[in-house]
Design a protein around this ligand. Structure first.
Ligand code: 6PG
Length: 245
């Protein structure tokens, strides 16, 4: 694992840097393998990044889009990560519909949805059960509590390492999420975050020792590149911490 930490002066500069890095990673993957796989994060921070990607000069027919986590709500629900990404980005580019792989959130049992999503990932990535495909890029954010994807503090999902996908939960709301097992096999993980509300959790995540049960993002240690991009408000003091970057 290599770790890079980039602190940008403003949110627009953060989004610009994250957009440029995302485009570069996807272009390199397509040039090298003829295909690129990306897993999107939800929440509010990545929306301007997705909007900026509309203008990217990428052969979209080579891209396969997944979600690193999803709220277990209908795809037209205001809280749907799929809905946000489609409205901000995917509806505005010539990406074949068969290259978009949303989480099925209309199954009665979320565990079935997790199993089906895992099967879809294996099928597209050409892996089989027991393997962990290496995504070209997994976009992540963190919550003020240090969660990432839908891996929330002190939940069972944190312990699942032998599956790609598991059922998570946030204060009673069911989620579907990538596991640490899948995240940590990525070629590139890019955290994009902003705001001073993230600072206390970041201090714990960048500490040389921490408890991932309390701050789950601490356990993100991909085999490839770990890239942190944040604005000054979030990143104040991080670069002066021991062992950073
Ligand atoms: C989700 C996200 C989640 C998000 C963080 C940060 O579905 O909510 O995937 O992990 O990245 O909660 O959210 P903000 O970008 O809104 O701060």
């Amino acid at each position: 694992m290599t770790r890079q930490v980039h602190i940008l002066p403003t949110i627009p500069k953060l989004i610009e840097a994250a957009t440029d890095r995302t485009i570069q990673i996807l272009k390199d993957a397509i040039a090298q393998n003829g295909i690129a796989t990306i897993a999107l994060s939800g929440g509010s921070t990545p929306k301007p990044l997705y909007q900026a990607l509309v203008l990217a000069d990428i052969d979209w027919s080579r891209l396969h889009v997944f979600w690193g986590d999803e709220r277990y709500v209908p795809s037209d629900h205001p809280e749907s990560n799929e809905k946000m990404a489609r409205q901000a980005w995917l509806n505005h580019i010539p990406l074949p519909s068969e290259n978009i792989h949303p989480v099925l959130t209309n199954l009665a049992d979320p565990a079935d949805s997790a199993q089906q999503y895992e099967a879809t990932i294996h099928q597209i990535c050409g892996t089989t059960s027991g393997d962990f495909p290496a995504f070209d890029l997994i976009l992540l954010g963190i919550g003020d509590d240090g969660h990432t994807a839908s891996l929330f503090p002190h939940t069972r999902s944190l312990e699942v390492r032998d599956r790609l996908i598991t059922v998570g939960e946030k204060s009673g709301q069911t989620r579907i999420t990538f596991t640490f097992g899948l995240i940590n096999h990525a070629h590139n993980v890019l955290f994009v975050l902003a705001g001073e509300g993230k600072r206390p959790a970041l201090k714990e995540i960048f500490a040389t020792k921490s408890d991932f049960h309390q701050y789950p993002a601490f356990a993100v240690r991909p085999q490839g590149n770990l890239i942190w991009m944040m604005d000054q408000a979030a990143g104040e003091g991080i670069l002066s911490m021991e062992g950073v970057p």
